[in-house]
Structures are given as C-alpha cells and as structure tokens.
Write a protein that binds this ligand. Structure first.
Ligand SMILES: Cc1ncc(COP(=O)(O)O)c(C=O)c1O
Length: 389
C-alpha cells in the first residue's frame, strides 16, 4: 500500500540493543547506570591492531575491499580455525563478513527458501528468530531446560523435525546460558542432522571465552563438513565489537552464495577493520587469554556476590559473558521478567535483559563483561530493589 512501510519493518527490534540505548541515554544525561545488558568485553585494542591500522592509513587511499575479504585475512582466519579448532578450511571456504551477525544472515539467506524451517534452541540469541523470518524462513523453537544444562539432545531435536526443516541453528558456546556441548554430544547431533539431511549452522562466536571444560567446534568433524557452516567473529573473542568483523566457514559453494548476498547488501567489510582483524589474529592467543582471564574474574565475582546478597546458589556458566538467572534467584516477586527488568531499570538504573527476549520466561540475563566495580555496585543496587531500600 502507498505511504505505508513494508510488513518486514514491523519485525521486532533487538531487545538488547534497545535496552542498551536506554542505558546509554541515561548515562549521557549524567546518571549512574549499571549496564548488564551489553555483552562485550571492554578491553583496549592490542598495540599490533592500532599499528596495523596506522600503517594502512599512512598509505593514503582506502579502497573497497574484495567482497569475500582480503586474502591476508581469509588466510589468517582459516589458519586460526585449523590450528585452534582442528578444522580443515581453505581460503575458498572462508568469507569475511560485517560481524558474526551478517555471517549468520548470509548463511540463512543462502539456505532458506520461503516457508522452510530452522530449528532454534531456546534460550536463543535474541536475533535468531527475526533473522530467520527476515530470510523468509519459519523459526521452530525447541525449549531446553535448566535441569539439563540448557542443552538439547538428538531425541528432542528429532521430535521437532518436519519435511520442511532445513537446518539446525546451534549456538555453542551459548548466549545467554553459557551452555557448552561436549564432543560426544556434538557428534550425536551432527549424526542426526546428517541422517535427516539437515544443515547445521554452528554459531561459535564465544569459542575463546570458555572457562570450564573444552570448547569443541563443529568444524572438528570432517565427516560432516559439507553440511556444516561455522560462524565466527572478532567481537567477543578479541574484544573488537566495534570493528564489525566476522567470518563464515563452509564448503566453497555455500561461501559463494553468502558472497553473492554480501556483494549486493554490504559490499563487504571495511578494509580498515580487516587490517585490524588480521593483526589481532596474529596475536590471537595472547588477546583471547587476556579477555578470558578478565571475564573469569568477573564471572566469579558476580557469582560470589549473588550468593552473598541473594543467598542464591548459582552454577557458574562454563562459557560466554552471561548469567541466566531465575526471578526466584533474584528474590523478585514480579510476575514477568520483562516487568522486573523495567522496574529495576526505572528505579535503580540497573539494565538487565528479560528472558522473554531469549524465548524463555521467568529468567533474566545479566552480562558480566563490564568493569568489576560496576558489577559490585550494580548487584547491590539490585538487592536494594528487591528489599525496597
Ligand atoms: C550468539 C551470538 N551470535 C552472534 C553475535 C553477533 O556478533 P557480532 O555481529 O558482533 O560479531 C552475537 C552478538 O552478541 C551473539 O551473542
């Protein structure tokens, strides 16, 4: 209809991005805000990253980068996957994208025809359902439970398959629960996917932020390589969220399809960011270890304070940047997590994301990637909200 926006424009905006904007606006107006909404390690760029950008800029003109990314960065990214995660990717099986987000979007565009289904495991990352819908697909949500470590079994996955199911979207390590799949669990899920003729999109953007146990990539199973798409990013693993550099790894045919969408939609990733990412990958283990050390400290601080203030027994998540807490654990009497989050934002300037955004009611997500002082003060403010002090 003339004068009206498209139906697509009515899709849900990302709730984490919206809450983060409210928090930023409050901060800009001088209020003290405890921002537990944004999951991004706040750690300065490695000196090599700055140097690579300075050197590149001194050359003068910054042209378009190749659509699939510079050869240097694609080589560095595939070598990193191969050496850290027992993958076997060539440069042709590697594409650089605008963050992990566009790698996911490109993969969905490459796989989905109108009405085909994608299996999502709830609690899921906020953008998954909307990305699937925007790509013409239908998200089929499989609820996982706290008692089973927020993980899905092949049996549970199989129950939700129909002739229209095209792929499983797996998030390992998981935002928001920190769930981490073992090698055996992944093997069984990948076997099932193969039996059913499904693709597996494995979102592994927290692969380096693993505190307990071993991170195993879906790329480590060569027998399933032709139907596996691995999504990676510099945002969390190298604390480079603002640079907007991500990757997809998959068989060359899929990479070509993602490149086609990328060529029409973004043209690719800024060359300046690609210089930065290539430098980060040269120092990958040093950068990631630093992030992991600092986030582990934050995780343990948050868990011990929650125990002290709320008498809450929290099982520390084995990975990622988040605690997924029940309203009970926070002594919140609110009927919905969305109400509780709005209450603590308005009255205490504490920003949490309600479980509804992740497809799971009765929970909130607390990102512990901010400064330790903010964690301590913010949790005290949260306690005061529950006691009415
Ligand atoms: C599970 C998951 N996947 C993908 C992304 C996208 O990250 P980026 O686009 O910053 O690389 C995020 C960001 O929060 C995430 O949590």
């Amino acid at each position: 209809m003339k004068g009206r926006l498209s139906k697509k424009s009515a899709h849900q905006p990302s709730m984490t991005v919206s809450l983060n904007s409210i928090a930023t606006a409050k901060k800009q107006s001088g209020e003290q805000v405890f921002n537990f909404a944004a999951g991004e390690p706040v750690i300065s760029s490695h000196a090599a990253v700055i140097k690579a950008v300075e050197t590149g800029l001194k050359r003068g003109h910054v042209p378009y980068a190749p659509v699939k990314g510079t050869l240097d960065l694609r080589k560095a990214a595939s070598l990193w996957m191969n050496s850290c995660y027992s993958a076997n990717y060539s440069v042709e099986e590697t594409i650089v994208t605008n963050g992990g987000k566009f790698a996911l979007f490109g993969a969905l565009q490459a796989l989905l025809d109108e009405g085909e289904e994608i299996l999502l495991l709830a609690p899921y990352w906020v953008s998954y359902p909307e990305m699937v819908k925007l790509s013409g697909g239908v998200p089929i949500v499989i609820q996982t439970e706290a008692d089973s470590g927020w993980k899905a079994t092949p049996e549970l996955i199989k129950k939700h398959c129909t002739p229209k199911t095209k792929a499983l979207l797996l998030n390992n390590a998981c935002n928001p629960t920190g769930a981490l799949y073992t090698r055996q669990e992944l093997q069984k899920i990948l076997e099932l996917a193969q039996q059913l003729g499904l693709f597996v999109i494995s979102d592994e953007v927290y692969s380096e932020i693993v505190y307990d146990g071993e991170f195993v990539s879906c790329a480590a199973f060569p027998q399933f390589a032709s139907t596996t798409i691995v999504i990676q990013s510099c945002s969390k693993n190298f604390a480079m969220s603002g640079w907007r550099v991500g990757f997809a790894f998959a068989q060359a045919k899929i990479i070509e399809a993602i490149a086609l969408f990328q060529s029409h939609m973004t043209t690719g990733t800024s060359l300046v960011s690609q210089w930065a990412a290539a430098a980060a990958l040269e120092h990958a283990s040093e950068i990631s270890s630093r992030i992991k050390r600092s986030m582990l400290h934050n995780r343990d601080l948050a868990c011990s304070l929650l125990k002290e203030l709320f008498s809450a027994e929290i099982t520390p998540p084995p990975s990622s940047l988040y605690l997924f807490l029940s309203l009970n654990q926070l002594q919140a009497a609110h009927t919905s997590a969305a109400d509780y989050c709005m209450h603590v934002l308005k009255t205490r300037n504490v920003v949490l994301v309600p479980g509804e955004a992740f497809g799971t009611k009765g929970y909130v997500r607390l990102a512990f990637s901010c400064a330790p002082e903010e964690i301590a003060e913010g949790l005290r403010a949260l306690k005061n909200a529950s006691t009415g002090e």
